[in-house]
Design a protein around this ligand. Structure first.
Ligand SMILES: Nc1ncnc2c1ncn2[C@@H]1O[C@H](COP(=O)(O)OP(=O)(O)OP(=O)(O)O)[C@@H](O)[C@H]1O
Length: 240
């Protein structure tokens, strides 16, 4: 397994609380990898460590053999945070134009990239609407489009489907599968079991520990569980 992303002996402390504990993860290129865990288990903290937004108290992160944080690697990453960071008074197109300028995409190319990203998330017909008039799901999809503008090879999505109805959730998953088929490595955090089932591999997080890793099938099989929820409970107990 080639280690496109490697987290080695990560530990992270906020004041006197250790929220990530001796964590090791290797994620190969092209994988759709899920971080599954309940609220407060450390998913967002881990994602922030991964992209270099937080420096871990201990341990190292490498992406494509480069120690993080690295500006060069950051340019290859598309990051979608848990809450939408959009300008409500601007149109969808104006928002994407703004993000494209931040990514340093030249004016000539910008229009094409905006159309391309909007098409992936089915927002092409809504680009001229003010974002304030978008539904919650449209805003989530617009945030995803913003994370795709620079055609990142690594996409990191922090709970991208929270508050989104099942139909839209399915459409976002279709988008993710499409991007993966084009070669994008995707890391997604979730606490929704049926979403976790769609990932190639998972790390189950609880109280800052990885309590188990594997494909959804492996995790169910090795815990003799019918569902991932049962598997999660099984590994949670065996860690106590
Ligand atoms: N900036 C911070 N300062 C102090 N404690 C923090 C900070 N950020 C997170 N924490 C704590 O770290 C722990 C893990 O939080 P984190 O946001 O990583 O969890 P999570 O799994 O992403 O949760 P959720 O699913 O609710 O987003 C929690 O106990 C949280 O209170």
């Amino acid at each position: 397994m080639s280690g496109f992303i490697m987290l080695n002996n990560i530990q992270h402390q906020f004041a006197d609380e250790t929220v990530i504990k001796d964590l090791n993860l290797t994620i190969p290129e092209g994988q759709l990898f899920g971080l599954l865990g309940p609220s407060g288990s450390g998913k967002t903290t881990l994602v922030k460590i991964l992209i270099g937004l937080l420096i871990p108290t201990e341990g190292t992160v490498q992406i494509a053999n480069t120690p993080m944080p690295s500006l060069k690697q950051l340019q290859q990453i598309g990051y979608m945070a848990q809450s939408d960071a959009l300008y409500n008074d601007l149109t969808g197109k104006e928002n994407l134009d703004f993000f494209a300028s931040i990514y340093g995409i030249g004016k000539k190319e910008r229009d094409q990239r905006i159309q391309e990203a909007a098409a992936v998330v089915n927002l092409s017909d809504n680009l001229n609407k003010i974002v304030d008039n978008y539904s919650g799901g449209m805003k989530r999809r617009m945030s995803l489009a913003a994370a795709l503008l620079h055609r990142p090879s690594l996409l990191i999505l922090d709970e991208p489907t929270v508050g989104i109805d099942p139909v839209l959730r399915a459409s976002i998953w279709d988008d993710l599968k499409k991007l993966q088929a084009e070669g994008t490595t995707i890391i997604i955090t979730t606490h929704v079991m049926d979403e976790a089932d769609k990932c190639d591999r998972l790390a189950l997080l609880r109280d800052g520990y990885v309590i188990a890793q594997g494909s959804p099938g492996e995790l169910k099989e090795s815990s003799e569980s019918e569902t991932l929820e049962e598997a999660f409970l099984y590994y949670g107990k065996s860690k106590k």
